[in-house]
Write a new protein. Structure first.
Length: 165
């Protein structure tokens, strides 16, 4: 990362300084997501600028080989933010994994304590919401036996046509 710092401007250096290990460790998941978004936007900006300039250089030089040596600073800036994005992404993945493990442990602890929000709790909640009288049963159809039979017959006719070809 230190190789690229000489091409960055002051505001870009400020963003890159946020990637110091001590500062990264102090950030929670939401703050890391915000930093990731800002670094990704900077990376996209510099990659876009480099590609646009490189395309113009190719057109002017008449070939990619002749145009390749040009665009040094833009290429270095794009590479700097690419590496910065990799650093932030790695840290974010680690923190997200730790948070997921903590949530999993919490859910398991709740389940062992009998305070789960699983199927039994949902069934009890439904039973409590049923009003007076009896809940009616409902058979799901598409609109009646006649319509179902018609649809089935239509499919059989189509298959018959295909088979007769």
């Amino acid at each position: 990362m230190d190789d690229y710092l000489w091409v960055l401007k002051d505001d870009e250096l400020t963003l890159v300084r946020e990637l110091e290990p001590k500062r990264l460790k102090a950030l929670d998941e939401d703050e890391l997501l915000d930093l990731h978004r800002r670094v990704r936007r900077a990376r996209n900006k510099h990659v876009k600028n480099y590609r646009r300039k490189a395309a113009l250089d190719v057109k002017a030089a008449g070939g990619r080989g002749k145009a390749a040596p040009k665009g040094g600073k833009a290429r270095w800036r794009a590479a700097a933010f690419e590496e910065a994005l990799a650093i932030v992404s790695g840290r974010l993945a680690h923190v997200a994994h730790l948070q997921a493990e903590a949530l999993k442990e919490e859910r398991l602890a709740r389940a062992k304590a009998g305070k789960s929000s699983g199927p039994k709790a949902a069934a009890n909640a439904k039973a409590a919401k049923v009003g007076p009288g009896r809940a009616r049963s409902h058979e799901k159809t598409t609109g009646g036996k006649k319509r179902d039979a018609s649809t089935k017959a239509q499919g059989a006719r189509r298959q018959g046509k295909k088979d007769s070809r």
